[in-house]
Design a protein around this ligand. Structure first.
Ligand code: E4P
Length: 218
């Protein structure tokens, strides 16, 4: 499963990228707002750091404006993926941009029927938001299972990758990997949490103490 990092914070992207853990980046208008930076400048800067897919989201609700924005954003670098919302206009923009060989990430997906139609409209990625479903007491993981089943029923016709979004815990990352999701976009804090285990810390402390007791140096 590919790991995309879900942030527009350059320091976080640089740190994780240096670790070699970043396959791509996803941003959205809220993450851009949180960064406090100019949208296109941030996307340009991310593209200088990461060679994998970088999702940049359109900010219009109108199909023609979405297409124009998508075309403009796609000129920033050849790894820019245009993120459009799962609306009628968003899907028309998706179809249009994908016909021009521009990769599209269809975002704000909350049902398997939405995922099915996005795939038929040429989406490179579908972004189901599992955390936001959990927030309203719907099982987000069920949606991932449903979408994977539907897409795998038509391997020759539906080539959209399942990009799990709105991830809230390390456990969810492992669960969607078990299901065979193609990509998880993960907040930097959760990537760091995935590394940690209290038994690793306890075990390492005792190894270090015993090593000191040997009196040896390496
Ligand atoms: C990424 O593409 C999504 O915009 C993001 O994962 C949403 O996460 P949130 O529900 O935590 O805001």
């Amino acid at each position: 499963m590919k790991f995309f990092v879900d942030t527009a914070n350059i320091d976080e992207i640089s740190e994780l990228s240096e670790m070699g853990i970043v396959d791509g980046v996803t941003t959205n208008p809220s993450l851009i707002y949180k960064s406090g930076r100019d949208f296109k400048e941030v996307i340009k800067e991310i593209a200088r750091i990461v060679s994998g897919p970088i999702s940049a989201e359109v900010t219009s609700l109108d199909k023609n404006e979405m297409i124009d924005q998508g075309l403009e954003l796609s000129k920033i670098a050849n790894n820019i993926v245009i993120k459009v919302p799962l609306t009628e206009h968003g899907l028309i923009a998706c179809k249009n941009l994908s016909k021009k060989s521009i990769k599209v990430n269809v975002t704000l997906c909350f049902s398997s029927s939405q995922a099915l139609i996005a795939s038929k409209m040429g989406a490179t990625y579908i972004s189901p938001f599992i955390g936001r479903l959990d927030d309203i007491s719907n099982e987000g993981l069920n949606l991932i299972e449903e979408i994977i089943t539907i897409y795998s029923n038509y391997p020759d016709r539906l080539s959209t990758e399942v990009l799990v979004a709105s991830i809230r815990s390390p456990l969810q990352v492992a669960q969607v990997a078990q299901m065979g999701a193609d990509v998880a976009t993960i907040p930097p804090k959760i990537i760091k949490q995935m590394i940690k285990h209290p038994l690793t810390d306890i075990g390492l402390n005792s190894f270090m103490e015993d090593w000191k007791k040997t009196g040896q140096t390496f």
